[in-house]
Design a protein around this ligand. Structure first.
Ligand code: ZN
Length: 469
């Protein structure tokens, strides 16, 4: 008996006009992926110019912010370098002023999205949904085309913060390209690796969408005690980083190729895996990616640097030269004819897992944490010791007891999913940042000393950056 949930009822029906529009945009993107580099650069420069002109024409705040814009510059680089870089802290603080109401639009069409606190500094962004969802849908279909997937084949989803279901309608945009098979879904936070493997055994999917850490955990269990699961063709990964050892592990466990992507809440899709190589291609018509050193100068191809992203269609809240918080290395041009810039590797957020009392391993994530919406919290670290969790935060002001309670309740309910002893330490000054590897949640073995101050915790994080992997 299939487990029908109301999940499918929320899926919209296929609208022919929109279908036509999305498919046309996908085809435009396909053509643009093969444009000669110089032509592509010209298209991107015009898009950025349009965004800058839009922002400065409707908002005095933006007019001031972009006052040095070199609108006459012949190159995208020239124009970009005349625009200021926006840090996360800046976007947190200036959120209200950064928002733009686009003339002649409907307020109901705007959506607010929050980041999952990947770097500890939660950020909220406003998007104009008709434009945003059309881009996302077209890019999704482009990705299906690049990787020659068949919508009639079954796909499984292991997702954060979603309920289990054995029948989930694929919905648009996949239904735009054929009779899409129903999918099944499991919560990657609530289910153990064994339970996730049970679902693969039950459904025998051709494709699986999951985050790399859940994938690594299930692949390890599958290798230790294999279930009869037919080879999976492709495993689509999102949210965390994939490396070659994971690609090998997954091929061994499931016979599957990993198809990765780079996305963020702020921009949606940023880069897609190449149809032929393991590197990623920046979705050039949608986002522009720069990689810079500590002095904000561009770094050469092959060298790591801070990634700055500009969303070319972020009309409701321009995200220009935004410091995403990841370290990226660009690669040499691709030999497939695709001219979109190559990202060789990304060092981004790293997720963690915990072992429960019964030995069950579970993903630990801030994905649905309510406290991320609290604007009082500018920056934070969550450190899980054996006996207690310590929440260290930079706040705008002293927290009220209600605010402290809200954080505690959110940690119990959204993060640890049960009672967990929590200590909250706050300060007004910025927190120190552990180098390179940014963890969503730090796991440190041993008990916490109740006397520890924020400086002590900082010190521990600097030294204990010992990945729980
Ligand atoms: Zn390529």
């Amino acid at each position: 008996m299939p487990n029908f949930t109301d999940y499918g009822c929320g899926v919209p029906e296929v609208d022919d006009a929109r279908k036509k529009e999305v498919l046309a945009l996908r085809d435009t993107y396909l053509e643009m992926s093969l444009l000669p580099e110089r032509k592509l650069g010209e298209v991107v420069r015009k898009e950025l110019l349009q965004l800058v002109q839009h922002a400065t024409s409707v908002s005095p705040w933006w007019r001031d912010r972009l006052r040095d814009a070199d609108l006459g510059s012949k190159s995208i680089q020239g124009l970009l370098r005349s625009l200021p870089i926006s840090s996360r802290t800046f976007v947190q603080g200036e959120f209200e002023d950064m928002k733009i109401f686009i003339p002649q639009t409907d307020l109901a069409d705007y959506i607010l999205q929050k980041t999952t606190g990947s770097t500890g500094q939660p950020v909220q962004v406003i998007k104009y949904n008709p434009l945003y969802s059309r881009d996302i849908d077209a890019i999704t279909l482009l990705e299906w085309k690049w990787h020659k997937r068949d919508v009639r084949k079954k796909m499984g989803l292991f997702r954060l913060g979603s309920q289990d279901a054995d029948y989930v309608r694929a919905g648009p945009p996949l239904e735009y390209i054929g009779e899409a098979a129903p999918m099944f879904q499991r919560s990657s936070v609530d289910r153990t690796s064994e339970e996730l493997l049970d679902a693969l055994f039950q459904h025998q999917p051709s494709y699986l969408l999951t985050n790399p850490l859940s994938l690594k955990m299930v692949a390890q269990v599958q290798i230790e005690s294999p279930r009869r699961i037919a080879p999976i063709e492709q495993i689509l990964t999102l949210a965390d980083r994939v490396d070659d050892s994971l690609r090998d592990l997954v091929r061994q466990a499931f016979g599957a190729a990993i198809i990765d992507r780079y996305s963020s809440v702020e921009f949606g899709m940023i880069a897609l895996q190449c149809p032929q190589h393991n590197h990623l291609h920046v979705i050039a018509p949608n986002v522009h990616v720069e990689v810079v050193d500590d002095d904000d100068n561009p770094v050469p191809v092959g060298e790591p640097g801070r990634v700055l992203i500009t969303g070319l269609h972020t009309f409701a809240m321009p995200m220009i030269r935004y410091e995403q918080g990841d370290i990226v290395t660009m690669g040499k041009p691709c030999d497939t004819g695709i001219t979109w810039p190559v990202i060789e590797s990304i060092h981004g957020r790293v997720r963690s897992y915990v072992d429960g009392p019964d030995g069950d391993r579970k993903l630990l994530t801030l994905f649905t944490a309510d406290f991320l919406l609290m604007r009082e919290i500018q920056d934070f670290r969550l450190v899980k010791f054996d006996d207690t969790a310590v929440f260290v935060a930079q706040t705008r002001a002293e927290l009220t007891s209600d605010q402290v309670q809200r954080i505690e309740a959110s940690l119990h309910k959204d993060v640890f999913r049960g009672n967990q002893s929590v200590r909250i330490l706050t300060q007004r000054e910025p927190l120190r940042r552990p180098v390179w590897k940014v963890r969503e949640i730090y796991i440190v073995s041993g008990a916490a000393n109740p006397q520890w101050t924020i400086a002590d915790i900082d010190e521990i994080l600097m030294w204990a950056e010992s990945p729980a992997e």
